[in-house]
Write a protein that binds this ligand. Structure first.
Ligand code: FPP
Ligand code: MG
Length: 325
């Protein structure tokens, strides 16, 4: 697959200001919290959500001076959710580094997730914008629902595509969607513009997670920053596997479910299953579905006049299906 992570270089000036704002907003009088913050929040991270917020607000004509600080709200929520997610998944690796739960234990990871989420809420309250606040609380509620749905479907080899889509929309796309919509809200945009940005973020967010689930089958750990085949190991039946299973006999699905669910599978069985998915043609099919979401997102921006920032958003949108990590 074609790699195009250099595409993000054009946003380096934004990344610097986002990182500066994160550095300014984050500090704790508690040494443990500072250590986890330096590791999980200030360390690695693509900063895609803050970048989307900055670009979307500019597209909507934001005139204030707080945009980078406000953009960090979405990185705080994202980081909080990953800290919790890694505890749920018992994951040892995140963003190419040992996870916080691996280094400091689950209790510290959960509490620091709570801390970051509370910081995001405090900063959002400071905005004194009820619509903004409402969107954020609706978003975190929905993200939590997404995780609960995902948990309910762990090791469910009969999960339907519709159920999978509901999970990825809730756990991932909704935050990206509200990032874009909130940017329009703080810019004082009209209702239709807020809705357009919400839909733009939703389509881009769906494409993002579809690609994440493809990369889980094909990337390498050094690039992706987390182990390949992690979803299957965690009992997460994502779209690549759902499509592959749709070509198998029911008895074979039952056999595989029993094998992987009840710890009867060894490393070779995992390798084989991953290779079946890789060679089934389903990954290309999903990639073209992701492309359809990207194209739909691009079309939404047609209603905005031509500008440099619109080009930037279109480039970032296109990046979602070429990214390698
Ligand atoms: C990673 O997905 C996890 C998420 C996108 C969402 C996690 C959400 C919560 C824990 C609930 C909300 C929590 C807060 C604090 C608002 P993934 O498991 O597919 O990705 P991965 O492979 O990188 O772990
Ligand atoms: Mg996870």
């Amino acid at each position: 697959m074609h790699t195009d992570d250099s595409l993000l270089n054009q946003f380096n000036h934004h990344f610097e200001k986002i990182n500066e704002a994160l550095g300014k907003t984050f500090s704790s009088r508690i040494p443990l919290m500072n250590n986890i913050g330096n590791h999980s929040l200030l360390g690695e991270g693509k900063r895609l959500r803050p970048l989307l917020f900055v670009l979307s607000s500019e597209l909507c004509g934001y005139k204030g001076t707080d945009i980078y600080k406000l953009s960090t709200i979405f990185e705080y929520i994202h980081t909080a959710s990953l800290l919790h997610d890694d505890v749920l998944d018992n994951a040892d690796l995140r963003r190419k580094k040992p996870s916080a739960n691996h280094l400091w234990g689950s209790s510290a990871a959960v509490l620091s997730g709570d801390y970051f989420y509370s910081m995001a809420s405090a900063m959002a309250v400071d905005c004194k914008n009820f619509q903004f606040l409402k969107m954020l609380t609706d978003t975190t509620l929905r993200m939590t629902e997404g995780q609960i749905m995902e948990l309910s479907h762990t090791h469910n080899w009969h999960i339907k595509k519709e159920e999978y889509m509901e999970i990825i929309i809730s756990k991932t796309a909704i935050l990206i969607s509200s990032t874009c919509a909130c940017a329009a809200i703080v810019a004082g945009a009209e209702k239709q513009v807020v809705e357009d940005l919400e839909e733009f973020g939703m389509d881009l967010g769906i494409a993002f997670q579809l690609m994440d689930d493809i990369l889980d089958y094909i990337s390498c750990e050094e690039e992706f920053g987390k182990p390949v085949g992690k979803d299957l190991k965690e009992g997460k039946i994502t779209l690549p596997l759902i499509y592959t299973l749709s070509n198998l006999e029911e008895t074979e699905i039952e056999r595989l479910e029993d094998q992987f669910k009840n710890q009867k599978a060894n490393d070779e069985d995992y390798r084989k299953m991953i290779s079946i998915v890789r060679n089934d043609g389903v990954l290309e099919k999903i990639r073209s579905e992701a492309k359809e979401y990207i194209d739909k997102a691009s079309r939404i921006l047609n209603s905005f006049p031509e500008s440099q920032v619109k080009e930037s958003l279109l480039a970032l949108n296109a990046y979602m299906i070429t990214r390698q990590f």
